[in-house]
Design a protein around this ligand. Structure first.
Ligand SMILES: Nc1ncnc2c1ncn2[C@@H]1O[C@H](COP(=O)(O)OP(=O)(O)OP(=O)(O)O)[C@@H](O)[C@H]1O
Length: 255
């Protein structure tokens, strides 16, 4: 069953079509990866799905709901969470605090209940803590839970960003270049986390990635785009063998 449907999506910046009539579907439980040369429109597709950008035309449907015009905060409530290419965490807060902030979309108490610290608030605080501790265990972040983000190695911060996204209890997680800036060993560990999220948590994963070792290892299906347009779709091997994909990458780093 398809969890996310993107139909004929387009957006332009100053006359340049960054995303031009792109359609694809992400099936429940799969790892679906978007690849393409620099400036192909990959992050823009993510920004359209997470409603940071307004599409020129097209439709996005998530879990049966048309989300094309929904505000960004409703997207999180519906079950879509994301990470960013340039990690977006609160540097001067601890790992634990960042994850608790990440649970914000799950809050169901009113400000007056919060102010009075009512039994409902106490119960929900306990529940938030419990869920966050589970995520810390799942991603093996216990040694870092009380440390400030600013002092953590880059590779750990990338994992914390995933943990923050998981704290929102998503059905679909969007990973924007999870391997960027990571060493070969850290990239291999990232592949483990992605596989665990898919298999142990049953999550559906939509990923943008340049590192083909990671793409080949974890992707069920791959979509290639260039200059905002559809190039090819299929298994990682099929897409990499596609002549149009090879041509689009000529002059850039090899695919
Ligand atoms: N907010 C914006 N304003 C103007 N142009 C933008 C904006 N966001 C993206 N673009 C342009 O849209 C095009 C697609 O950019 P995008 O960042 O989506 O590409 P990408 O495939 O993610 O590239 P990379 O792999 O380098 O991250 C580029 O030409 C970019 O300059």
């Amino acid at each position: 069953m398809s969890l996310l449907q993107v139909e004929s999506l387009s957006i332009a910046f100053g006359g340049v079509k960054a995303v031009d009539n792109i359609s694809f579907e992400v099936q429940e439980g799969e790892v679906f990866t978007i690849v393409g040369p620099n400036g192909a429109g990959k992050s823009t597709i993510f920004n359209l799905i997470s409603r940071l950008y307004e599409p020129l035309s097209g439709r996005i449907t998530f879990d049966g709901t048309d989300i094309t015009r929904l505000p960004a905060h409703d997207i999180a409530k519906l079950g879509i969470a994301r990470t960013f290419q340039n990690i977006e965490l609160f540097d001067h807060s601890s790992v634990l605090q960042n994850l608790l902030i990440g649970r914000h979309s799950q809050r169901n108490t009113t400000w007056i209940q919060d102010l009075l610290f009512s039994p409902k608030v106490r119960r929900s605080e306990r529940e938030h803590r419990l869920q966050v501790e589970k995520i810390i265990d799942f991603l093996e972040l216990a040694p870092y839970r009380d440390l400030l983000i600013a002092g953590l190695p880059y590779g750990i911060r990338k994992v914390v960003e995933i943990a923050r996204a998981l704290a929102a209890n998503p059905k679909l997680i969007l990973l924007d270049e999870p391997a960027s800036g990571l060493s070969v060993e850290e990239t291999s560990e990232m592949a483990w986390w992605i596989e665990d999220m898919q298999k142990d948590l049953g999550l559906t994963i939509l990923m943008v990635e340049h590192d083909m070792s990671l793409v080949n290892r974890v992707s069920d299906r791959v979509l290639a785009v260039a200059e905002g347009k559809f190039l090819a779709q299929g298994s990682a091997a099929e897409v990499q063998a596609n002549p149009q994909v090879i041509e689009a990458y000529l002059g850039q780093e090899s695919i």
